[in-house]
Design a protein around this ligand. Structure first.
Ligand SMILES: [Zn+2]
Length: 299
């Protein structure tokens, strides 16, 4: 008789399938509906759970301003890559699970009335791995920002380059860095937001090249895993050295941004819930750079 092995479940903090989620930081059991309402922040300990691309866009952008671009881009399989299963099969599975075509979604939207070109990543799609499509979407978002002279905003959530695309995934580092250099040359502002996790080739390219680099609290940010990094330099590394707070203390990140519920803009009639006036750091920053476009205080 064949032995039936238990199947592995997806990590619960990615997409909890059922009613309750256990907070990995304080171990409180959280009711999923309430967690969603609170922008997926633990009410007890402030832990920031991962966000889907759709939830991120809804939280960041003014209502009704989102316009997706390049929605049809999806990975091909140039290397004919097979690990435990063929790469196209993996992509199809991730697409069915998330409803996305790739881990990156891009388009235009507005924050507090300021139009911008935006690209967000979704860790739920193959660990947010960045292949040719992800790189292309970041590059095109940057090109749109250049063409329209609007700020560029990229929200990263990635385990790094997509192994199944090999060197084509690695080439995205050069491509995205090149177009961001043009953005910098044209004095178009670029804001990078690093959410949990921002690692590997995403960290090594566009995630840390912002004019302003923001991070969510306690996000894992780094190039290689902690053990690999410690092994490479043969030294013990301090606890939390790849977390937002440590990187902020050491000047690598400009600000740690708490994810907060934004009030809906321009619809004052739905004042049923008296929420505290929310501060939107990205919006505040955009309003300082959006108006004049003189940019003389940078660089
Ligand atoms: Zn908690």
């Amino acid at each position: 008789m064949p032995i039936k092995l238990p199947s592995f479940r997806a990590r619960r903090d990615v997409y909890p399938p059922d009613l309750w989620t256990k907070c990995p930081q304080c171990s409180d059991m959280l009711f999923n509906k309430q967690l969603e309402k609170a922008d997926r922040i633990c009410p007890t300990c402030d832990h920031h759970f991962r966000l889907s691309a759709a939830a991120r866009l809804e939280m960041l952008l003014d209502q009704g301003t989102w316009r997706e671009r390049d929605a049809g881009l999806q990975s091909v399989d140039p290397l004919g890559f097979v690990d435990q299963k063929p790469y196209p099969e993996r992509v199809a599975m991730a697409q069915a699970q998330t409803g996305l075509r790739d881990a990156a979604v891009r388009g235009t939207g507005a924050i507090e009335g300021q139009l911008l070109s935006i690209c967000v990543m979704d860790f739920g799609f193959m660990g947010g791995s960045r292949g040719a499509v992800g790189g292309e979407k970041v590059a095109r978002a940057a090109e749109d920002a250049l063409a329209d002279r609007v700020p560029l905003l990229v929200v990263s959530a990635s385990g790094g380059a997509r192994m199944q695309e090999g060197t084509l995934a690695l080439m995205q580092l050069a491509k995205t860095c090149a177009v961001l250099e043009r953005v910098r040359g044209a004095r178009v502002p670029y804001i990078s937001v690093m959410s949990d996790p921002t690692t590997g080739g995403v960290f090594a390219s566009y995630a840390v090249l912002g004019d302003v680099n923001l991070a969510e609290p306690n996000a894992l940010i780094g190039f290689a895993g902690a053990r690999v990094a410690a092994g490479t330099i043969a030294q013990e590394l301090p606890p939390g050295f790849q977390r937002s707070e440590f990187l902020f203390e050491h000047g690598f990140i400009d600000r740690i941004v708490h994810r907060r519920r934004r009030q809906s803009r321009g619809t004052p009639q739905n004042g049923t819930e008296a929420k505290p006036a929310s501060f939107n750091p990205i919006g505040a920053f955009l309003s300082t750079v959006g108006g004049g476009g003189n940019g003389g205080d940078r660089g």
